[in-house]
Structure formats: structure tokens, C-alpha cells
Ligand binder design. Sequence first.
Ligand SMILES: Cc1ncc(COP(=O)(O)O)c(C=O)c1O
Length: 444
Amino acid sequence: MEKEQYDRQKTSNDENSKIHYLNFPKKPKSSIIAAKNLIDKKIESNYPLVEDLVFDLKPSIPTYFVRPNSIKKAASWFLNNFKGDVLYSVKSNPDKSVLQNLFDSGVRNFDVASLPEIKLIRESFGHDVKMYFMNTIKAREAIYEAYFNYGIRNFSLDSFDELNKILEVTKNAKDLGLHLRLAIPNSHAAIDLSGKFGILPTESIELIRKIRSIAKYLGICFHVGSQCMDPSDYRSALMMVKDVLEQSKVKLDVLDIGGGFPSSYPGLTPPNLEVYFNEIYDSLHQLPLDKNCKIWCEPGRALVAESTSLLVRVEGRKKNMLYINDGTYGGLFDAGYPGFIYPTKPIRVKNDQPLSSHLIPFGFYGPVCDSLDTMKGPFYLPANIAEGDYIEIGQLGAYSKTIRTDFNGFSKNLQFEVQDEPLISMYKNNELLAKKKSLRKSVK
Ligand SMILES: Cc1ncc(COP(=O)(O)O)c(C=O)c1O
């Protein structure tokens, strides 16, 4: 019976569960909570607590803990405060429970980058949502299926070649929304996307005029880089859009300010999201936009990063290096290169001495046989942390589960929904804005 309850509570795949149940405890303490959770998922406080699950299950493989309440909070913040359409960037976390929680929170627009993402969203939500294919270089087959089989009409691009490709594949469709991606500096972003994507504003005039002459809807989009730490980067980007609009004299139907909104990490504490929005609203007033021009954003990280933590187990220790059971080829890619530092919470389940209150800096080695599987941190943890202890690593709701590999057979993981608060939250200081800036009104 208890096994069944957990079986329904977990959200990972069957293969994972087989491994998981090798360790299944005889009397899990949190089974009652878990069972209640199954009966009424709407009572969020009935989700189990991380510590209960860890003590009960003692998982031998990495385990994700998803916080539905956190997703709800972030989604409602964006939906209430962004005066335009919020497109969730599926690539940041396509996990089904995360998607469902976003949908339940009111998200209905999805930025998709591939055919598998398109299929996933259609299978999950049918025709209740809208998808936007915002990958600048797409396979012909993907464009064909997106347009003819999935009814997608909005595509991004950054070259004449891609424009011709889209037109050829869609048989010169007359109902396209085409969004020209500008390459703009990613000066204060942890992840720089400016080299790979976009056309330089100075080289974009001919192309934007061409698109205007063909597309039903003309858009401009850009990305300030992921984990953008300086709100003024949005202003700089929007001033470049202004130049392009003034030079080309085209009428714009959609202005998509992309993703890049940050989350909070130790050593990377961004200004409040409100500051970003104010900077954006203020800059938008200076652009020659028609009253009907729509404004979109495509957040990934800021919507989901803090929603999910990853529990790892210490398998060995050499001085200040901990050998843990997940790493850069698993859910901790960003802890390797580009060196993100995540918040950590140690959990000791064995009946041993308590964990020391004296914290010292540690680095991590992951489980695979490659020295690139190294995370230098520093991660501050109790000085006596040892083999068998667990570490809950926070802020791993974005760009973690989605980039796991099966290198050395270490891809297996578990997942549970929990009621805990995130280890760090940006939304504490970002409660719904009292004054709602009326961007729409001012643009109209
Ligand atoms: C086109 C596009 N939109 C949105 C995003 C989401 O960015 P972020 O997670 O920084 O918000 C990305 C990330 O790479 C992207 O490439």
C-alpha cells in the first residue's frame, strides 16, 4: 500500500522507480501526507516536505523536488505585471509537472525551439495554448510540421536564407508572423547568446523591409543573454530597436523583448524584477510604436529556476572535495562551465554526530569518469560533512533536468512535488506591484 502511494506521488519515469524501490523503507513517515496529496492536489500545503521524503526514502539516485507554489508565484507575478503576452520558454524546463503547474497558473503561450517541444506542448495542452517557433535556424521538416500539422504561424529568423526557407516550406504562406532577431550586446549576462543568434542592427534594414513586404505580422525580437544582471541592458537593446525602426521606417506589429530575466544565486543577486520592468516600460515609451503593437516576453529561468531543487548524495570525500552522485553531465551543467554557485542545504540521515555548524568551502566532483565533471563552487557546507550525507541544491528548476545526459549510465533520477519554500526566492521582494504600469495604454 505504501509503495503504491509513493508510486502515484512520484513524477519520474518507471525505470527510475525500479531503482528507487530497492531502497523503499518499510514504514515511510510521510506516506500519509503523500496520500492526502493524491486525494486533493489543490491543497498545496499537503505536498510532502523535502526532509520527510529524504529521511523516509534515502534516495540512492539524484532527486528533484518541484515546488508548485513557487511556480504559481512566479507565473502570477509575470502575468500580472507584464503588460503584454508572456511566452514561457519551454527549453528552460520541459518537465511535465512544471509545464502543468505553469498552465494551471494561467500560462497559455509557449516559446518552442524544436519539433519535440512542439509535440510535447500539443500533447500536454491540446489547442488551449499558442506556440511560437522562436529558433532562428530551423530544419525544413520542423517548419513544415509546425506550419501544416500544428498550426504554428509565428517564426523567428535572422537571415535572408532562413526567410527564403520559411517561404519555400510554407508555400509562400500569407498568414505568417515573422520575427527578426537582432544581435545585441549581452554585456551583463551569465550566458552570452549574442554571437550565435541575431543580425546586427546595422545590417538589418534591408531584411526587415523585405520581411515587412511579405509577412502578415512583422516582429522584432532579441535576447539580452540569460541571467542578465543589469536592467539597463534592456534599455540599450530597445534603443537599438528604435534606431532600426527609425531607419527602416517600417511599422512593427510585435516587439518581443525575449528572456534573460534573472534568478537569484549566491554571489549573483540581481536587482528586483520590478526594476527591470520599469526600465523596459520607460524605454518603450521612447520607441515609435503603433498603438496596436503587441509586446511579448519569453522568460524561462525567472519563471522556474527557484521552483526546483536537486538532492544529491555524498559518495566520498577527499579533503575539501566532495564526490557527489550528480554532476556536470547530469543536472549540474551550469555548476561546471559557466561556474554557477547554488545555495545548498545539508541533510544527515544516519544516526551519527550532528552536522557541524562550522561551514567551510567545498568543491564537487560528479560521478562520471571525466575530469570536466568538476564544480569548483565554493559551496559552503558543514566541516564534518561525509559520505552518506545528502545535499539539497537549490535554484535548479531551469537548465538542469533538461540537459542531463546518460554518460556512464548516470541519467536516472527521481522527482517529487513538495511544499517547501525555495532555498532562495526573488519573489519575496517582488510581491505584486502595487502600481501597475500601464504599458499597453501608453503604447496605444
Ligand atoms: C529564443 C529564446 N527565448 C527565451 C529564452 C529563455 O531565456 P531565459 O531562460 O534567460 O529567460 C532563450 C534561452 O536561451 C532563448 O534562446
